[in-house]
Design a binder for this molecule. Structure first.
Ligand code: SF4
Length: 359
């Protein structure tokens, strides 16, 4: 068997093998981000990528080309590597988009990985997003590479004198990362004075009666939106009362205010069982000190808070007391820095690079 394969690769049939590979590029696409939409466009009826002998496949064992569609996070980097390892030889990689080249708009994110650090890349397609035409051009370029053994693009670019760009004054360069703590900004939140929502006003009256003495303020912030501010010590009692009418948590958020040394923890609750309450979202929130970020877990009232609370621990380090599943990190890849969404986490200072050229 191996002799036959060798014969095909180097004997008189070698050109046929190349020819067959060239017209059988079956990409497994790693839809990690918005570039995936452009890939869909490239293979839909408008551009019909299939006429170039390239057909999207879903299974790694039957494909020979990975198209990495944009951003690769630390977790997806593992998937990329495993997918690449499952594919039969000869295999190729095309990376789409600014995110795949150098991080794109997530360039200094805690989670970004360059695909070229994980697998060998045959072609990069610049752009944000790249067009379907450019994706198909990369397929053509890859086909040429298979036949000739040379990686050449099908278009030629104007030469740029990089030393000239390097020599520019810093004023002419794109901005670097903004500083990570704003000096006590004065933020004014405009709450509409009177929202035309009769049912909401009735609900607020009922909440004022039911939550007597437990809240700081109850505000209608928009139609179908009510915000209840409270002290941390009253959150459990409020949840106990509201859970009789609102049966699930839609979201748990943490807002980090490093310049005020506090976190705001908020729960958004709603109802699936009461038709009238279905469109209503009630936001219950309280402040906690940033140096002791502990908050009572509300999973006993709303089990759907479980995953969200643990996610907030991973990202901000707020510990939800009473959640039986709280523990070590569960969401982020193992080598991610601790609590990466804390606003005083120093981002990597780096300048956009006009001038990196891969030989
Ligand atoms: S390059 Fe642009 S379009 Fe592509 S994944 Fe990144 S942000 Fe999305």
């Amino acid at each position: 068997m191996s002799e036959n394969v060798e014969f095909l690769g180097s004997g008189i049939f070698a050109p046929f093998k190349k020819w067959g590979t060239k017209w059988s590029l079956w990409p497994v696409h790693l839809v990690t981000a918005c570039c995936g939409v452009e890939l869909a466009h490239a293979y839909a009826s408008g551009y019909d990528g299939e006429r170039l002998g390239s057909l999207n496949y879903g299974i790694a064992r039957q494909t020979n080309l990975i198209i990495v569609e944009g951003a690769i996070s630390r977790k997806m980097a593992r998937v990329l590597k495993i997918t690449y390892e499952q594919m039969p030889d000869p295999k190729f990689v095309v990376v789409m988009g600014a995110c795949g080249l150098k991080g794109g708009l997530f360039w200094n994110g805690y989670h970004m990985v360059r695909p070229s650090d994980v697998v060998p890349v045959d072609f990069f397609i610049p752009g944000c997003p790249p067009t379907p035409e450019s994706l198909l051009r990369s397929i053509r370029a890859l086909q040429e590479k298979i036949m000739s053994g040379k990686a050449e693009t099908t278009i030629s670019f104007d030469k740029v004198d990089l030393s000239e760009i390097e020599g520019r004054s810093s004023a002419a360069r794109p901005p670097t990362t903004p500083k990570f703590i704003a000096p006590t900004p004065s933020i004014k939140v405009d709450v509409p004075k009177d929202v035309d929502w009769e049912f909401g006003k009735k609900l607020v009256k009922e909440f004022e009666k039911d939550l007597n003495g437990l809240y700081n303020s109850i505000t209608i912030t928009a139609k179908n939106r009510i915000a209840i501010s409270a002290e941390k010590k009253n959150i459990m009692a409020i949840a106990n009362i509201l859970s009789k009418r609102f049966d699930h948590v839609k979201n748990v958020n943490v807002i980090d205010l490093p310049h005020e040394n506090s976190f705001i923890v908020e729960y958004q609750v709603s109802s699936y069982s009461d038709k009238k309450l279905m469109p209503v979202v009630v936001n219950i929130y309280a402040r906690i000190p940033r140096d002791n970020p502990r908050f009572p877990s509300l999973v006993t009232f709303w089990p759907s808070a479980d995953y969200l609370e643990r996610e907030m621990y991973d990202l901000f380090g707020v510990w939800f007391e009473g959640n039986p599943a709280m523990g070590e990190r569960f969401l982020l890849a193992p080598d991610t820095p601790d609590f990466p969404l804390r606003k005083d986490r120093k981002l990597k200072e780096e300048e956009y690079c006009f001038c990196e050229v891969r030989e």
